[in-house]
Design a protein around this ligand. Sequence first.
Ligand SMILES: [Zn+2]
Ligand SMILES: [Zn+2]
Length: 133
Amino acid sequence: MSKLIALNVKCPHCDASLMDRNNRVNDMPSIKLNLKSNGKEGVIRLCSVYGCTEHKGDMVFNENDLVDFYCPHCNEILNSNITCKDCGGDMVKFNCEIGGVVSICSRSGCDNRYAMFEDIEDAMRRFHREYGV
Ligand SMILES: [Zn+2]
Ligand SMILES: [Zn+2]
């Protein structure tokens, strides 16, 4: 896919939107998450463009740190039992508002991510309707 696709994601536990429209990354609403790593807590805002690894946050990570991600609404952990094929870390799972699931690797420095749509054509149709692109 050559076009930039911005994903609107929500918590798989409480169904609340994780989008933060007041804090933009790459001029898109960011994905706001709480996180914990090495006993420290913080907030991160991920770029919502699929495939983009840019983010803003108040935590500094070492390469290879494993990070636990939490929903800022219900505080449930978003790390799943799916293992990253690249590094063996946990994959963090979100639900997409247009249907389907997006996962990112919880390890700092690992850029593995994927999106899964039950019906990619249907999801794209809904996406085009919603965003007019
Ligand atoms: Zn939640
Ligand atoms: Zn990984």
